[in-house]
Structures are given as C-alpha cells and as structure tokens.
Design a protein around this ligand. Structure first.
Ligand code: SF4
Length: 371
C-alpha cells in the first residue's frame, strides 16, 4: 500500500497530472487525504471512468485509431489483451476475487475486434491476460459469438485459433494446467501462436496446494508437461511459486525443489510468502519466520538459475526470431516483456522482427548477432 502511495507521489512530482485506477482505487479517502492533487480515482476494471477522467483533463485526440482502441500504456509494438475480469477460484493467499468478483468473460467478438484493431494499428505481439485464461467462457457457458461472420465459441482454444489468424505473435499468460489446455499445444507446434505458456503452479506439495486451495497436483502437472513437450518440443514454460507459505515444512520445501529439478521449467518467478490484508491464509497456523522464507527463496532461485543457465546455453548456435523492443534489445518467443530475459545484439529498430544468431548466454539473457 505504502509503495503505491509513494509511486503516486512520484508521478505527481513528475508531471502533476495523475489518475489513480485499479485495486487501490477502492481506497478513495486514503488516496485523497495523502495526495489531494490527484485528478481522479477509479476502481478496478473501469476503463470508461479512466477515459472520462483523461478526456476531462486532456483534449480528446481525434485520431481514428486512438479513438477506436483507447489509450495504450505499452510500447506500440506489443499490447495486452484482457479477455476477462475476476476469478472463480478462491486461492487462500489472494484477495482478487473479493475485490473484483467472479469471472466475467468478455464476448469473443469484442475481444477479437480489439485484437484486430491493435494489429491494424501496428501491434506485433498480443499478450493475452486475465486472472485465469484457461477459464475463458466458463461463466457464459462458452456462448457462441461471431468472429468475421463465423460462429465461434467463447473458449480458450477457439480464441487462440482466431487470434492465430491475425499474423501477430500471440502469447498466453495465467493458464491453469487443465486438460483442455492440451488443445492449444498443437497450435503452438504449427506456429500459429507462440510456443509459450505462463502457468502459475505456486507449489508442488499436495498438502500446501490444498492449503492454498489450488486445484492441481504435482504428478499430474509433470505428466502434462511431458505431454506438452512431446507435441511441441519448442515450448517455453514459465511459472511462479510461493515459498514459506504458512506451515510449509522443510520436507515440503524439499518436495518443491525436487519438482523444480524434474520439471525443468524455462522461466520461473519465486516469491517469499507475505500476508495480504484480508487473505484467508493469514488465519493459518505455523507462519514461517522471515529469515527462513528468504533462505528458502534464495535456495530455490539458485537451483532455478542453474536450470535456466543450462537451458539458455543449449540455444547457442541457433538463429532465433526476435521482436526488437529497442535498438540492441529484443525478445524471442521464450521471453515475455518485463518478466523474462531478453536477447541482446547490436542494431535493430523497435518493432522489427529480426533473426539473431545466438553466440553467448548467461543465466537469464542471450547475446547474439543480427542476421
Ligand atoms: S491467485 Fe489467481 S486463480 Fe487464485 S484466486 Fe487469485 S486471481 Fe484467482
């Protein structure tokens, strides 16, 4: 909370015009009393209110593209495509469902229209986001919508197939390892969408997963990973984990390390558990002391760094397609912006798709030459 308030203060110092939106927006009084100069405050998932506030304080642009697609906060060559809001899960460490409610999927026709507009406006990479991408359409019973005159189900596989026809990179985030996810792996193998899956596993101990109220089991996950790699050997798997969850024993932590060793994931984020105000997990007994949490996190990351370094080293000598983010820096299919590593080289222009011959690697990034 304090970090967000500080960030608002910094933004006010920078340019004096700040609209606060998202989860923090529900703390209206606190924001107003700390930063009275804020222009407007809106709650989460309230694009119209944000746009109204922006238009009130800035003249509305009369550009057909901007009018059509609204304000984009990412560089022009990639864009986030939000397909739903809210979540039907109740993970005990998370308060998103209590703030944003249950899953509400956007109609497939609307999502596809936005995606088409973005690609027409020059976007080269669409990052599909939500709280649970694999649940897309569950709330509307996979209702049929019309995409370019074709009846199409509001469902992840159908969405991926349609997005794959737009000619841009399509990257999937926040996917649960449900059986129907298997349907999108062939689309990756055929090159229609990027061979990349962001699957937050969070833990591998069945008891901790139960305490977290996560639906997956570690053996099934390993089996599924093997299946995905058999269909699409190029696939990059990214995941996030929490260590030091209340009650996590040494044995359960070791179980997590064994899983990590076996799963050989490409990209991994790891958080030391920290209680969020209002989360059910706060009531669980046997909190892990901070020092042990940090120790486990460091141990986890050291193992993953070794796995990641070996995986990246195996790419030396290969030529990879790279989307240039800025001169000298780009990303391959294995690198999502801001959270994964990058590919470094000399030259290139933002938004170009180029071939890069990989010559060197460290634990996170690749280094090479433009072809
Ligand atoms: S962690 Fe993700 S899946 Fe779990 S409740 Fe929160 S938003 Fe939903």
């Amino acid at each position: 909370m304090q970090e967000s308030l500080d960030a608002i203060g910094e933004a006010l110092d920078e340019n004096g015009k700040v609209v606060v939106t998202g989860c923090l927006g529900v703390k209206h009084d606190l924001i107003k009393s700390t930063h009275p100069k804020v222009l407007a405050i809106t709650g989460p998932h309230d694009t119209p209110a944000v746009m109204n506030a922006v238009h009130q304080h800035l003249p509305k642009p009369h550009d057909p593209y901007t009018d059509l697609i609204g304000v984009k906060l990412t560089p022009p060559h990639y864009a986030y495509l939000k397909i739903s809001e809210g979540c039907n899960h109740r993970c005990t460490f998370c308060i998103i469902p209590s703030m944003r409610g249950d899953l509400v999927s956007r109609p497939i026709a609307e999502v596809m229209q936005e995606a088409e507009n973005l690609v027409k406006a020059g976007v080269k990479e669409l990052l599909v986001i939500s709280q649970d991408t694999s649940a897309y359409g569950v709330d509307v019973k996979y209702r049929i919508g019309f995409v370019r005159g074709r009846p199409t189900k509001t469902r992840m596989a159908e969405l991926c197939r349609s997005l794959g026809e737009l000619g841009a990179w399509v990257r999937l985030h926040y996917v649960y390892p449900y059986p129907h996810v298997d349907e999108v792996i062939p689309l990756m193998a055929e090159g229609r969408i990027l061979p990349y899956l962001d699957v937050p596993f969070q833990h591998a101990s069945p008891r901790i997963l139960r305490l977290m109220k996560r639906p997956a089991s570690a053996e099934k996950v390993l089996e599924r990973l093997r299946g995905w790699r058999a269909v699409c050997p190029e696939i990059t798997i990214r995941s996030t984990f929490i260590v030091g969850f209340p009650g996590e024993t040494e044995a359960e932590f070791s179980q997590l390390l064994a899983f990590l060793e076996e799963a050989q994931l490409d990209r991994v984020g790891c958080f030391a558990y920290s209680p969020v105000e209002g989360a059910a997990a706060n009531a669980l007994p046997d909190a892990v002391p901070q020092a042990i949490k940090e120790e486990r996190r460091a141990c986890f990351m050291a193992l993953q760094e070794r796995i990641s370094a070996a995986k990246l080293k195996a790419k030396i000598g290969r030529t990879l397609k790279v989307l240039v983010d800025e001169p000298g820096v780009g990303r391959s299919s294995a690198d999502a912006p801001e959270i994964d590593g990058v590919v470094k080289f000399r030259g290139g222009k933002a938004g170009e798709l180029r071939d890069v011959l990989i010559e060197r690697a460290d634990a996170h990034d690749l280094f090479g030459r433009l072809q």
